[in-house]
Design a protein around this ligand. Sequence first.
Ligand SMILES: Nc1nc2c(ncn2[C@@H]2O[C@H](COP(=O)(O)OP(=O)(O)OP(=O)(O)O)[C@@H](O)[C@H]2O)c(=O)[nH]1
Length: 755
Amino acid sequence: MRKLLFAEYFFFINTFHSVKLETEPSTMSKLEQLARMKVAERPSHLVEKTGDDSNSTPNKGISLLSKLKKNGTSSLSTEMRQPLSLSDRLKAKRINGSNSAAPSSTARTDTANNGKGSLHDKLRAMRSKAEIKKVASKAQSKPLVNDAPRDPPTSSSLPTSWDQIRFFLSKQNFPSSVIPVSDSVLGIIEAVTVPCKQNARCKKLQKRKYGEIFSVFYPDVLVNTNKRKATSKTAAANFKKPSPDDVVINAQNKALTRVNEMVSGLKISENKHSAGEEWHDSDPETLDNDDGPPKYSYKRVSIPTKPTNPVDIQKYLETSKAHCSFVVLGHVDAGKSTLMGRLLYDVGAVDNNHIRKLKKESERIGKGSFHFAWVMDQTQEERERGVTVSICPSDFETANTQFTIVDAPGHSDFVPNAIAGISLADIALLCVDCGTDAFESGFNLDGQTKEHTILARSMGVNRIVVAMNKMDTVEWYYGRFDQIKNELSTFFKDVGFKEDQIDWVPCSGLSGEGVYKIAYPENASWYKGPTLIEKLEYVAQHISNSYHNEVIGSPFLFSILEAIPTNKNEEAIISGRVESGSIQPGETITIYPSEQSAVVSKILVGNDAKSSHIVVKGDFATLRLRHAHVEDIETGDLAGAVDYDVPVMREFSTQLLTFKMDRPILPGTSFMLFRGICQQPARVSKLVSIIEKQDPSKVIKKKVRHLGSNQAAIVEIELTERKRYIPILKIKENKRLGRILLRKDGRTIAAGAVI
Ligand SMILES: Nc1nc2c(ncn2[C@@H]2O[C@H](COP(=O)(O)OP(=O)(O)OP(=O)(O)O)[C@@H](O)[C@H]2O)c(=O)[nH]1
């Protein structure tokens, strides 16, 4: 089983690197190259960073957002600038919606219900003014975008002189005494020697390459390595008296004290953690002094309670409509939001009046063609910029199937949001722009078509429907359809999708042909297959059947997307997705990591918040809870059946497959960990072994110092956020929730599974 699951990742190897990287020159190391290039460009090492992903990718051109910023019609939206949690985004979005003067900022659910009060409206109405203020101020305090903590030193901030090196190291918690091995002229410095200050017993100088010091090398790596060395009795004995090196260090310490005093008051902006706090990549002292996450003192129930009106689950599964969720992925401007808006309109979830209103409003600001996209993109900023930022789940149903759509952003700056969207979906609906040259720019180099597909596969989505969109722009020319299909097929195969897991539907979201109601034009007579909705219904039926087979006998598990208080004490409302099993009102659940038990008093489903007696695997639902403490529930938390234990932890073992990377992964390397909709800053605590890609039980190498691109390994991971644990399930316990992704500096560096 383990072998099989892990083998899937093998397929990514040949494909992922082409998503992001250009060819590397052979003579100079990439690091050295970047350093030289950046130094040449920017002489000062004290360069303010914008925090924008695009700025952290040296080879990238100006991002769409940067261009927009330059055009500067107005300041960037709060959502676009701030890395809010999903929950915060949803909250902020509602605040935006309610505060916005523009009538166009009507909430999604208004449209989706033909004016009826939706679930989200009702939830919004329940939110007190105080709660809104709290969220708004939280949003204000969040800093610039990013999903991954930055390395303290970046190539753009490389020192250019020996004084700057000392300054730099002092800011990175390096001891003040560092000796250059060769001449201290930039370009000649090959290596520096660094004493290990944090470990009193270890006085030996360490020779480190210049590139290591200023890119991937961290103080705590040194400390960890030396801790091990220092525990050896021989080493300890040797270190009792000052070594010749110590004498040099002490002398240098004195000489540099003055310089350190001068610079100690200065700040380096790169060292800011995304939560807005001073945050060092790996600060051993903070870790040692850490009090750990709060100790919750909630009552945890272990005996299940009975449903108030028990439902015969088997009967329910046999008679209920198929339900399935799909995430809309694809390159920026591929037409995802337009396609979804069209779909909602065609199935009758959005009425004519609303579309007419959106058309008028979009024409007024010169974006007439975006009126369908505005059904999904509801914030004023999304509409002004013409890009989706936040994920937006929306329900609709056809005669025999219920769907939840999650519209994910296509822009590379918002990949973390796309990951959150993917983690909620059963099917990936990949939207491809078939326009001349448009497919190529979304598919090659930095395009999101490949990246999104790989992310979906890495997160366990194994059904993909390709909407060959904007076929109207190439007059439904079969040759174009066939050419794109061939190119994509090869790529899908490399990623690990089998042929019977992929479907292809030509369509035009804007004109509606091939989506649902509007028939194909004459020049598309070569296509005899189903429309997009018919295909989705067919796939949903399959998925729903397989889920229904797993409901009975599986523990209830629920990914929490949002938690909000009610006006009653100890009552909360949580919304999210049922990951496993089923739940009925009257049953008790435990929420992790706070381990508080609460009774489900009501279940609401769909846009119009219909009360339901049961929800099962794959359903999106809102649960009203009694005896719940909302202040300790966050986006990404898990709720489970009381008799099922979900481990909460800060350290765990993983099997990883690395993608193409610029820099190796070392012990101490920091990154952003994605598990379902949960995102946490983390780092590598130990590289255990390198293993065979096809057979993870075969260990290739045990003493591992670093991990390069395209390697499979057993790696121990540790969360760096001190405030809380996260609920973690192993891959064998849950195929979706046991998967993780590692991202750093705006790139996915590895995917894997918790073991
Ligand atoms: N001709 C034509 N234009 C389309 C079609 N679908 C979308 N467009 C246009 O393409 C542009 C981008 O559409 P969006 O729906 O915003 O694209 P998107 O993929 O959602 O964009 P992001 O969410 O920002 O990634 C708009 O001008 C649309 O009107 C189509 O089928 N045919």
